[in-house]
Design a protein around this ligand. Structure first.
Ligand code: CUA
Length: 158
């Protein structure tokens, strides 16, 4: 098949447009579908303080569940509530956290606990910390001027 010069230009333009279109839709799909795997439940981030379990932040012993304790954390610029979490060594703990404003991180240094906290989403992670110690909890998502000072502490005690 013989194509005229201008037809080739139009064909190239068409293919080029298609590639750009696919790239844009692909990028948008990625962004829309990129909520962290640890966050499956939604919450009204403006009413976090009124909604259980976030109306009672802290470490709570629970019965009849697959874990022994729940560590409930509310993040906001630029601190965590509560400032210290204390759990017994070897206990199975479910960390349940959310944000009241912007995206924050929740990384417990020296452990495999690392969650992204997004406003409107509840992040959960179940784990056992089997070494006594004090673990620094840091915000690893840039959240504003106080980001570098945003931290709390996980105490694992006998
Ligand atoms: Cu919170 Cu960075």
């Amino acid at each position: 098949m013989h194509l005229h010069k201008y037809e080739k230009y139009w064909l190239a333009f068409g293919v080029g447009s298609l590639i750009v279109f696919l790239l844009i839709t692909g990028i948008m799909a990625f962004h829309n579908g990129s909520h962290p795997p640890s966050a499956k439940n939604t919450i009204n981030y403006e009413k976090v303080d009124e909604i259980a379990p976030f109306n009672n932040p802290g470490v709570h012993k629970v019965e009849g569940k697959d874990w022994d304790y729940e560590a409930v954390v509310v993040a906001s610029a630029f601190y965590y509530d509560p400032p210290i979490l204390e759990v017994p060594v070897g206990a199975k703990v479910k960390f349940i956290a959310t944000s009241k404003d912007v995206v924050h991180g929740f990384e417990v240094a020296g452990t495999n606990i690392n969650m992204m906290l997004e406003p409107g989403y509840i992040s959960e992670y179940v784990t056992t910390v089997d070494k006594v110690g004090e673990y620094l909890i840091v915000c690893n998502e840039y959240c504003g001027v106080g980001h570098a000072q945003m931290h709390s502490m996980l105490k694992v005690v006998e």
